[in-house]
Design a protein around this ligand. Structure first.
Ligand code: HPA
Length: 237
């Protein structure tokens, strides 16, 4: 039965769903990396697909941009479609001086200016963290692919166009690696549902140095990230 935001039937999604922000990127991932692909949802053009990676079922679906959009899809996937694991595959803006464009970041934790996890957690500060097994599978897959990931805290921002530029210096001083817009919402939704989540991100630009990537560089680091995410998706138990 369809949910308000997903038109798939029960059983259409694999146990693990990879989620880029952009639904057309979900389609490219499905067509490029999966076999026997079928579209399973297209409500509001938020496309989702299920196929096989090395013979094992994997789904890929857009999350949209920002915590509210991610929270809707993660909630329905976890609670209505029996999805057990979601791996966000996205981009982020570098904050730490130790992070360069094209680097791959695995978000062990996600700080945020959003109140969604406080709303879930009785007004207290919830530590939004990745599932350890998924984190380990991502790190192992990265090392096997000769990718050296940066692993640590990211900041899931409510605003892309943030007028408080000082905040980036504060994040830098606290060792935050990068800024993005979804991980803290995904981690909170997973915890609430008793399910598992992690995020792997490529650095598309650097917020403090102003460095950015060319389309070709973005494509190469995207490919590295996808290989790592897909290998982790089928390796994690
Ligand atoms: N801010 C928020 N999200 C992002 C950025 C950014 O600078 N770059 C890529 N995703």
């Amino acid at each position: 039965m369809a949910t308000p935001h997903i038109s798939a039937e029960p059983g259409d999604f694999a146990e693990t769903v990879l989620m880029p922000g952009d639904p057309l990127r979900a389609q490219v991932i499905a067509e490029h990396y999966l076999d026997e692909v079928r579209e399973v949802t297209n409500t509001r053009n938020m496309l989702g697909f299920t196929g096989l990676y090395h013979g094992q079922p994997v789904s890929v679906m857009g999350s949209g941009m920002g915590i509210p959009s991610m929270s809707i899809y993660a909630f329905e996937l976890f609670n209505e479609y029996g999805v057990e694991k979601i791996i966000r595959v996205g981009t982020c803006g570098g904050i730490s001086p130790d992070v360069a464009v094209r680097d791959i970041i695995i978000a062990m934790g996600a700080s945020t200016d959003s109140s969604v996890n406080r709303t879930r957690f009785g007004g207290y500060d919830f530590a939004a963290i990745a599932d350890y097994g998924l984190l380990e599978a991502l790190v192992n897959a990265a090392r096997s692919a000769n990718v050296n990931p940066r692993i640590g805290n990211v900041f899931s921002s409510e605003l892309f166009y943030n007028p408080k530029a000082d905040n980036f210096e504060m994040m830098k001083a606290h060792g935050v690696l990068a800024v993005e817009m979804e991980a803290a919402g995904l981690y909170g939704a997973a915890a609430e549902a008793g399910k598992r989540a992690a995020s792997i991100l490529t650095v598309s630009d650097h917020v403090i140095t102003g460095a950015s990537t060319s389309a070709e560089e973005r494509q190469n680091s995207f490919h590295d990230m996808m290989k790592v995410a897909l290998e982790a998706a089928i390796a994690a138990d």
